[in-house]
Design a protein around this ligand. Structure first.
Ligand SMILES: [Zn+2]
Length: 396
């Protein structure tokens, strides 16, 4: 029994040895196969991975200057792509620039000197008319207004647009506001802004009316041929400031006659994302030097980068707090760096917006027929009313 028993055990032991050998061989095969695969796939992975990822992973420091024909190590809408210079701003600058937000709750913090403004009637082309010599705008809005209304004339054949309001003084707004309360009997107005709280104080807003056959008709704006202005104003830097559907945000009824100059890249972005100015100023807070820049391509193919710089925090004494606003530099040669063409605008609330031209376009705006100055000159002459028969209405 004992031998038998032993013999049995031995046979089992031999079998177990064979099994262990077999398993070891299998394991070796599995290891060899998996190594082979990882060598193949590993190589493929490496080939697919862009060089810049490898560079960033190996802890390389991003260079200030980027060789002309080399793939940049970062995207142009991020800080890492650029070297910077800076400008110092204080709270007193918050009300300066094309992007100031002024509404019923936010008084205009800037100041405008009438001597810095253009008299529209002196600078205008013949594609439209102006109420009188008291209608003033900022120079950047003046040029844009001429371009826009000439394009409108060329597209529609109409020279019937009249500009009947521009910059307003505090005193003038006070009179308008008092008149509106008198006529409605209410203690506040949904049409006329409170004195100090009107966009017209900025010199960046204009009101249009339609002047035809000796009569004013503001109700034609936003209808028929005049919808061209709503559809194309952004190409010239203007926005309809109080659009339909945004009344609960702007706190002003839809005004198809009131246009605000904000600059071409911003008007383009507001159109693209369907944002009124309140929403846009808030939207821009998502784009900072630490996150990414908002990239906007305008009608003429120019590419702009936009970002928000919050005012440096010192709630107790904001007037003396300074904020460094960083400006991206363009590398011209190995030693020369100059700022990209840029603008800094206060938002009139809590910071600044930097806009720089990253890539210049053709300068040509599409979808507008070529201008024909001669035709405008001969046809629009008699549209200039020297003594209007009726007073043009004025609202916000
Ligand atoms: Zn207005």
């Amino acid at each position: 029994m004992a031998n038998y028993g032993y013999g049995q055990r031995k046979r089992y032991k031999i079998k177990y040895k064979n099994l262990a050998l077999l398993l070891a061989i299998l394991l070796l095969i599995v290891i060899l196969i998996s190594r082979g695969c990882s060598a193949i796939f590993g190589k493929k992975d490496k080939e697919d991975k862009p060089d810049r990822d490898n560079a960033l992973q190996s802890g390389d420091i991003l260079p200030d200057t980027l060789p002309e024909n080399n793939l940049p190590l970062a995207e142009p809408n991020t800080q890492a792509y650029y070297a910077f210079t800076s400008e110092t701003k204080t709270a007193a600058d918050l009300g300066t620039g094309d992007l100031v937000l002024v509404n019923n709750n936010i008084a205009f913090k800037g100041s405008v000197s009438e001597s810095d403004l253009d008299v529209i009637r002196e600078k205008k082309n013949r594609a439209y008319s102006v109420k009188d010599y008291t209608v003033l705008v900022r120079p950047e809005a003046m040029n844009a207004l001429n371009d826009m209304l000439l394009a409108f004339y060329n597209a529609t054949g109409k020279d019937t647009i009249m500009v009947n309001a521009g910059y307003r003084t505090l005193e003038y707004q006070q009179d308008l506001y008092a008149d509106d309360l008198d006529s409605t009997g209410l203690d506040s107005s949904s049409l006329v802004a409170k004195p100090g709280f009107s966009e017209h104080h900025t010199g960046l807003a204009v009101d249009f009316t339609v002047y035809e056959n000796g009569k004013y008709d503001q109700s034609k704006l936003g209808t028929g041929d005049y919808t061209w202005i709503d559809e194309n104003a952004h190409k010239y830097g203007f926005v309809n400031r109080y659009p339909k559907g945004k009344e609960s945000i702007t706190m002003i009824d839809n005004e198809p006659w009131h246009f605000r100059y904000v600059g071409v890249p911003h008007a383009t972005a507001m159109k693209e994302y369907d944002l009124c100015l309140e929403q846009y100023i808030d939207f821009l807070r998502n784009y900072t030097i630490d996150t990414e820049f908002l990239s906007v391509t305008t009608e003429d193919g120019s590419q702009y980068m936009i970002y928000y710089v919050p005012m440096a925090g010192n709630a107790e004494n904001p007037e003396t707090t300074t904020t460094n606003v960083y400006i991206p530099l363009k590398v011209n040669t190995e030693t020369e760096k100059v700022p990209y063409p840029y603008e800094i605008s206060g938002n009139n609330v809590d910071g600044w917006i930097v806009t720089f031209l990253y890539k210049e376009g053709t300068g040509v705006i599409n979808a507008v027929p070529p201008t024909d100055d001669a035709a405008v000159t001969t046809s629009a002459d008699d549209a200039e009313p020297e003594s209007p028969e009726t007073e043009a209405p004025e609202a916000e």
